[in-house]
Design a protein around this ligand. Structure first.
Ligand SMILES: [Zn+2]
Length: 318
C-alpha cells in the first residue's frame, strides 16, 4: 500500500465544548467527510475520544492527526489543559499524552474559542484576511486573535479573553473574580438577567406575558424583537452597545483587518450586528474603524470541529 501524500491526508476535529461530543473527519482542503455525535460523559473523555478516533480509522487509513477543542484554557507550549470548569478531569489527567498513546496519532489540543476562530479564518467569515479578531457571544464570551495567519495565543496560551475586559467599573462580580466584565452584561444569561430586572418596571412588553409562564432566553428576546416588541429590541440594542464598546477597544489596540462575531447571541442577525457596528464607529479611532470589516460568523456549530481539525492539519505542515 502506498503512503498518502500530504494533500491526501485526512484529519479529525473534535469539539468537547457542549453536552454532545461532535467529531468530524476532514480532507486536507477542509471538506467534511464524516461526522459523529455522541453524548459527552465528563469522566470518560479519554476513552470516548479514543473510541471515536478508532471507529473513524477502521475505514480510513489516511487519518494522520487529531485536533481537540476544550472548553477551558489550554497551554499549547506544554500541551496541558490548565483550567476547565466544564471538564475538570482534563486538567488532572494528561489528556494529550493519554490520547497520543491510545491512538498512536499526533494530537493537538486547543481552547474552543481559538479553534472556532481558526475554523472561521480558514473556511468561514475570516477567509481572505490576514489579521482577524474572533469573538463568540453565547453562554459566555470568548475571543481569539489571528495575526499574520496564525493564532496568537500570548505568553502562556490565554490571549483573547475579551469576555473578561472590564466594561463597567461599578459592575457585578464575574465568574473570573473581577467585577464588571463584558461577560457580566452581554452573555446570553446576562442579557436575560438584565431584561428580567427591567421587566419589573416595564410590563407592556410581550416578554412579560412569556415570563409569566416560563423562563425566557436570549433567543426568545431576538424573536420577540423581530416580531416588533420594542422592549426586546431595546435590550438587544443596549447589549450591542456593550459589545461594540469592547470591539472598539480591540481594534484601537491592534488595528484588525476583520472582526468576526459568532455564538448564539449573534443569531439575532442584523438586529444586533448593525448597532454593534454603529457603536464601534462611535467609539473607535476613526482610521481603525475604517480599516476594519465587522461581520457575522458563517460556520455556526461547524466552526469548532473544523477549526480543531485544521489546526491538526497545519501543525503537521509547520
Ligand atoms: Zn470576568
Amino acid at each position: 500500500m502506498s503512503v498518502p501524500s500530504q494533500s491526501e491526508l485526512n484529519f479529525i476535529g473534535i469539539d468537547l465544548s457542549g453536552a454532545t461530543i461532535r467529531a468530524d473527519v476532514i480532507d486536507a482542503e477542509g471538506q467534511i467527510l464524516e461526522t459523529q455525535e455522541s453524548p459527552k460523559e465528563k469522566e470518560r473523555i479519554v476513552e470516548q475520544v479514543a473510541h471515536i478516533t478508532n471507529s473513524f480509522r477502521v475505514g480510513n487509513s489516511r487519518i494522520s492527526a487529531i485536533g481537540i477543542a476544550i472548553p477551558g484554557l489550554v497551554n499549547r507550549q506544554i500541551d496541558r489543559v490548565v483550567v476547565s470548569r466544564d471538564l475538570p478531569d482534563t486538567v488532572r489527567d494528561d489528556l494529550h499524552s493519554e490520547l497520543s498513546r491510545a491512538t498512536g496519532l499526533r494530537v493537538e489540543i486547543e481552547n474552543d474559542a481559538n479553534a472556532a476562530a481558526y475554523g472561521e479564518y480558514k473556511l468561514g467569515a475570516g477567509r481572505g484576511s490576514r489579521n482577524m479578531f474572533y469573538m463568540t457571544i453565547g453562554q459566555g464570551i470568548g475571543g481569539a486573535i489571528i495575526i499574520d495567519g496564525k493564532l496568537w495565543t500570548g505568553a502562556s496560551g490565554f490571549a483573547g479573553e475579551v469576555g473578561h475586559i472590564t466594561i463597567d467599573t461599578e459592575g457585578l462580580e464575574c465568574t473570573c473574580g473581577n467585577t464588571g466584565c463584558l461577560e457580566t452584561v452581554a452573555s446570553a444569561p446576562n442579557i436575560v438577567r438584565r431584561a428580567k430586572d427591567r421587566l419589573y418596571r416595564d410590563n407592556t412588553s410581550s416578554l412579560s406575558r412569556l415570563a409569566m409562564n416560563r423562563d425566557f432566553t436570549a433567543d426568545d428576546m431576538a424573536r420577540e424583537a423581530r416580531n416588533g416588541d420594542d422592549f426586546s429590541l431595546m435590550m438587544i440594542e443596549r447589549t450591542a452597545k456593550y459589545i461594540g464598546t469592547g470591539v472598539a477597544t480591540i481594534i484601537n489596540l491592534l488595528n484588525f483587518e476583520r472582526v468576526v462575531l459568532g455564538g448564539g447571541v449573534m443569531d439575532a442577525g442584523e438586529l444586533i450586528l448593525n448597532p454593534i457596528i454603529a457603536e464601534v464607529k462611535r467609539r473607535a479611532f476613526q482610521p481603525c474603524f475604517e480599516a476594519t470589516q465587522i461581520v457575522a460568523a458563517t460556520l455556526g456549530s461547524n466552526a469548532i470541529p473544523l477549526g480543531a481539525a485544521m489546526l491538526a492539519r497545519d501543525a503537521a505542515v509547520n
